[in-house]
Design a protein around this ligand. Structure first.
Ligand code: SF4
Ligand code: SF4
Length: 163
């Protein structure tokens, strides 16, 4: 069973009701490898980031915390990031949201998708219809792509690799 997070519906829900706070979730086979990054951050860099050639987010970062890795995806080194949010301000496409960079997270709103109990609570806390459990795999014609072994994302993908 996969978790499908519908980023298109989530954004629409946020526009309709600006007071909505999106619950945060993470999933790693080994959390120590990549640091604590939320599913939304990983999804934004993987799917909606334009992968600018001379990425202004990288140039502006005072801590050299952003790097374009071999796949072309921007990766944030959490041990270097000082949460200044300069990258959020300079990105011309609004890829990032400032709450990606909070160092202290509210454990009550942070779900570890490695655990079934957290998955159920995460789904219940999301805006209705934005997160579901599905059996199917990637369905590119429906804008559904795999983020990791547990999570599928529905979003409009900019990368030509995914089109
Ligand atoms: S928020 Fe972090 S990644 Fe972004 S510019 Fe500041 S230090 Fe760099
Ligand atoms: S500036 Fe924005 S769109 Fe461009 S690479 Fe950075 S995050 Fe992606």
């Amino acid at each position: 069973m996969n978790i499908l997070i519908d980023m298109i519906k989530l954004r629409a829900a946020m526009i309709e009701n600006p007071s909505i706070t999106l619950p945060e979730a993470y999933f790693y086979p080994d959390i120590n490898i990549n640091g604590l990054k939320t599913i939304r951050e990983l999804a934004a860099f993987s799917f909606s980031c334009r992968r600018c050639e001379d990425a202004p987010c990288i140039s502006v970062c005072p801590a050299e915390a952003l790097e374009k890795v071999e796949s072309g995806i921007i990766e944030r080194h959490t041990n270097l990031c000082v949460s200044c949010k300069s990258c959020v301000t300079i990105c011309p496409f609004g890829t990032m949201m400032s709450d990606f960079f909070e160092h202290r997270r509210n454990r009550d709103n942070l779900y570890d998708l490695n655990f079934e109990s957290d998955i159920a609570r995460f789904i219940m806390s999301c805006p209705e219809g934005t997160v579901t459990l599905i059996e199917s795999e990637e369905v590119p014609e429906n804008n559904i792509y795999r983020l990791n072994e547990k999570v599928l994302i529905r979003d409009f993908v900019y990368s030509t690799e995914k089109q």
